[in-house]
Design a protein around this ligand. Structure first.
Ligand code: MN
Length: 220
């Protein structure tokens, strides 16, 4: 009666092989709370739990006010992740606020550990991501609207309006991580060798040096 058919077994195996990777995200929690001890020397996946917990470990007011956008890109990301809210440790979610000056750009970047959803608080943005098949998926979104950037894919937001814009971002990771493409390639420490960049971008050493100097962190 309970003899399983080889076909059924094969179907189940295939099902789990296909589904298991798509469930990949921050690992599930094993206890109610594990408030991050950000100063612990213990190395674990995430942060070690601290002993004395207060309500402030679950609180952050940093998204209440616009971030200063008077910088080179004309945008500022304010993270509300486990580094700011220790109570997020092991919970697999976080948020951010992004402010954009008129003309401001959140330059092309990826989050290795999270899908991102943005909700437009104010203004209008031209947003997009690029698939691994090199297709640009782009749209203009405005106040009250939402857009999704799938995990790991390069994406950007640009404020082409003449008033400031702002979004709230949601992530399915306590610490999504951000790699900004240009900054990663041209300002890493130690630097990526010039001959890698000249060949990759099909430009000369002078152009590489020019980009490096313009993207270098401003001395204040
Ligand atoms: Mn992003």
């Amino acid at each position: 009666m309970a003899r399983s058919s080889p076909l059924l077994l094969a179907a189940f195996t295939l099902f789990f092989l296909l589904v298991a990777p798509s469930l990949a995200a921050d690992p599930d929690m094993l206890q109610d709370i594990c408030v991050a001890d950000l100063s612990s020397g213990v190395k674990v996946n995430g942060f070690a739990c601290k002993a004395n917990v207060t309500e402030d470990d679950f609180f952050f007011k940093g998204l209440a006010t616009p971030g200063a956008t008077n910088n080179t890109m004309g945008s500022l990301v304010t993270g509300a992740n486990v580094e700011k809210i220790p109570g997020l440790n092991t919970l697999g979610v976080s948020m951010a606020r992004i402010d954009y000056a008129p003309g401001g750009l959140n330059p092309p970047h990826t989050h290795p550990r999270a899908t991102e959803m943005v909700f437009v608080l104010e203004g209008t943005l031209d947003v997009g991501f690029i698939t691994t098949a090199n297709k640009l998926v782009a749209k203009t979104i405005t106040k009250g609207e939402t857009f999704v950037f799938p995990r790991g894919l390069v994406h950007f937001q640009k404020n082409n309006g003449n008033v400031p814009a702002a979004v709230i971002s949601a992530f399915n990771s306590q610490l999504p991580g951000t790699q900004s493409i240009a900054v990663t390639l041209f300002t890493s420490n130690p630097p990526v060798p010039d001959n890698v960049l000249t060949k990759a971008f099909q430009i000369g050493t002078k152009e590489v040096e020019k980009i490096k100097s313009r993207l270098a962190p401003k001395k204040s």
